[in-house]
Design a protein around this ligand. Structure first.
Ligand code: XIL
Length: 373
């Protein structure tokens, strides 16, 4: 009797245990199925998103329909990074040489030119059907020591600059669409900046270099490029007066570059930019937005990203509304490579793709602005 009782107790426990195990196993199998199904759903959704993405044309296709170039400043080394190169060639149809053609890079010693980086960028652009903005022939920054510590006569300074411009422009003759011939020659108070060139040659250096660049490549569009002269004010008046007087003297200048390094705290209003573009284009000049970025205080909140997107959109819309504004170029395109964190402490996230090449709100606002009848 006692044995029978013990036996049925054992049976009961074993049965219960078996039941629990089978229950768990069943539940486990069901969970696995659910997980599997969820995985499939995610895959289907990703495929759909990818299809949608491909149905939306890239920026350059839309920009072309609007009659403008859209682009970014680039570094030669980064062109070797697959995602960088793919995003560039997919989205843009104009590139600016960010540093490759600056005096210190391209002409580091008096008798040494170093064209490898610029060559790589120009070849990449050509292989992808993109235009090139050459940046920059005459500037007060990023000069080699043989210039900054040089002790030459006025005649020597003139021949140094002549030889530099003739050599660099001739090398890319017919391949550079537009040159920033003179960069930032006007100071914030509207006077001519006291650069090494002004001090050693005099104010006529500006007209000289435009003439030499034109001689070396008569096809290239020649630009005066500056920051802080996008809207209205003392500096943009000075830039306006400078280019007007150059034109009156018959100097070959074809456009003005508005750099457009702005922040969500400080930026010129669309009305001001529009008025400035209007008076410059009334002189017969082309306008390029040459270096746009909109820096944000870090860490950036989503509201900041939207505000940033609105500023990109506003500037693009002003450009689109002028016949003579023919290029919209940003100073980079991915937050992975941007000059902002190094030069503006505490700021970043200034471009339209994030560090992983994902489009940010600014990208979509630009896209939307380019889709219009
Ligand atoms: C910046 C580059 O982006 C940096 O990599 C470099 O160290 C300094 O110059 N205005 C100009 C550009 O005309 O040439 C500058 O580019 C940014 C401000």
């Amino acid at each position: 009797m006692g044995n029978t009782l013990a036996f049925s107790k054992e049976c009961l426990i074993t049965g219960l245990l078996a039941g629990i195990i089978i229950g768990y196993a069943f539940g486990f199998v069901m969970k696995q199925r659910e997980v599997e199904e969820l995985k499939q759903q995610v895959l289907r959704l990703s495929a759909q998103i990818e299809q949608l993405r491909q149905a939306v044309p890239p920026l350059k296709v839309l920009a072309e329909k609007q009659g403008i170039y859209i682009g970014a400043a680039v570094g030669a080394d980064q062109l070797r990074i697959r995602e960088y190169a793919e995003t560039l060639s997919r989205e843009f149809n104009i590139l600016t040489t960010e540093n490759a053609l600056k005096f210190e890079r391209v002409h580091p010693e008096r008798n040494v030119y170093s064209f490898a980086e610029a060559d790589a960028i120009v070849s990449f652009a050509e292989a992808n059907g993109m235009k090139i903005r050459g940046h920059t022939l005459v500037w007060h920054n990023q000069l080699p020591e043989w210039i900054t510590h040089g002790n030459y006569s006025r005649e020597e300074w003139i021949s140094i600059l002549y030889e530099h411009i003739t050599t660099v422009v001739s090398r890319y003759k017919g391949r550079v669409y537009a040159w920033d011939v003179v960069n930032e020659a006007v100071d914030d108070d509207g006077s001519l900046r006291k650069t090494i060139w002004l001090r050693n040659i005099g104010p006529e250096y500006i007209e000289m270099v435009f003439r030499w660049a034109h001689e070396a490549d008569p096809q290239a569009l020649l630009f005066y490029n500056d920051y802080g002269a996008e809207g209205l004010g003392v500096k943009s008046d000075a830039v306006y007066n400078l280019v007007k007087s150059l034109l009156e003297k018959g100097v070959p200048i074809h456009g003005v570059g508005l750099q457009m390094h702005v922040s969500t705290e400080h930026y010129p209003t669309p009305q001001e930019i529009s008025a400035n573009i209007k008076r410059l284009s009334d002189l017969g000049l082309d306008i390029h937005i040459t270096e746009m970025d909109v820096r944000l205080k870090l860490p950036a909140e989503s509201a900041d990203l939207v505000r940033q997107a609105e500023i990109y959109r506003d500037v693009l819309m002003v450009c689109l509304s002028s016949e003579k504004c023919t290029a919209f170029v940003m100073w980079g395109f991915t937050d992975r490579y941007s000059w902002i964190p190094e030069f503006f402490s505490g700021y970043g996230s200034a471009l339209i793709f994030d560090e992983s090449y994902n489009p940010k709100p600014a990208y979509y606002y630009i896209l939307k602005s380019l889709i219009r009848p």
